[in-house]
Design a protein around this ligand. Structure first.
Ligand code: NAP
Length: 238
């Protein structure tokens, strides 16, 4: 049985990813920081696969290492690494606080480096593995009020393309999935006027669902001959 790690897996897109992999017969390691994963763990186990919840702040190098170690100890392999954890601290560049820039880069970009740094030796030894990093369409297009977030998500694309070149010869793939506007807590807090404006730029005239992103992540993770790519899922937004 294969094993997947999803960071920030207890809610939103991460939760949908955890359930998608689990329902496909994959043992799940659910990383979380503040959301209680108890119910999700029970739901995953009911699907007939193993589940392990690991509390870790992935922006911290040592905690990311502990996450990978616990996964390997419990299930023996790390076949899929899904870097999903992310935060926003929106603001215009003229007013953006240094702490808000650092926090977003530390979680969204360095967090992925931290887990990849510790998972890649395991995958190299196995001579197999798939890494999927959740970027965003704004990492491709940019977005006013999100200089920190867009920079981190663009950085994630560079990181992904580079490791794809480094790890490909050992049978390891690395790709990005770049969602548009998906209905989760992250987007729920936006003012109604902003949501309406975003909707007008979406060809399909609706927001995406976490499950729709999860289906794509699972597909990308299992595309054995695709690496270094960015696949958008945005209803025609970008
Ligand atoms: P969400 O509901 O706010 O979930 C964010 C997740 O990240 C939570 O599970 C949270 O864990 C976790 N997290 C945050 N900081 C962490 C840290 N330092 N260590 C470990 N986990 C951490 O947001 P979402 O919409 O599902 O977002 C998931 C990913 O998709 C993010 O990378 C986001 O940037 C990306 N994305 C979202 C959209 C969208 O429209 N929603 C669009 C494009 C890309 P806890 O709850 O346990 O603290």
């Amino acid at each position: 049985m294969k094993t997947a790690i999803v960071t920030g897996g207890a809610k939103g897109i991460g939760r949908a990813i955890a359930l998608k992999f689990a329902s496909s017969g994959v043992n799940m390691v659910v990383n979380y920081l503040s959301t209680d994963p108890k119910e999700l763990v029970a739901e995953i186990e009911a699907l007939g696969v193993g589940a392990l919840a690991v509390k870790a702040d992935i922006s911290d190098f040592a905690q990311a290492e502990e996450l990978i170690n616990q996964a390997k100890e419990k299930f023996g392999t790390v076949d899929y690494l899904i870097n999903n954890a992310g935060i926003t601290r929106d603001g215009l560049i003229l007013k953006m606080k240094e702490a808000d820039f650092d926090a977003v880069v530390d979680t969204n970009l360095k967090g992925a480096f931290n887990t990849i740094r510790h998972a890649s030796p395991v995958m190299l030894k196995q001579k197999s593995g798939a890494i999927v990093n959740i970027s965003s369409v704004v990492g491709i297009t940019g977005n006013g009020g999100q200089a920190n977030y867009s920079a981190a998500k663009a950085g994630l694309i560079g990181l992904t393309k580079s490791i794809a070149k480094e790890l490909g010869s050992r049978g390891i793939t690395a790709n990005c999935v770049a969602p548009g506007f998906i209905e989760t807590d992250m987007t729920d807090s936006l003012p109604e006027a902003v949501k309406k404006q975003i909707l007008e730029s979406v060809s399909l005239r609706r927001y995406g669902k976490p499950e729709e992103v999860a289906d794509l992540v699972y597909f990308v993770a299992n595309c054995a001959y695709m690496t270094g790519q960015v696949v958008t899922i945005d209803g025609g937004m970008a």
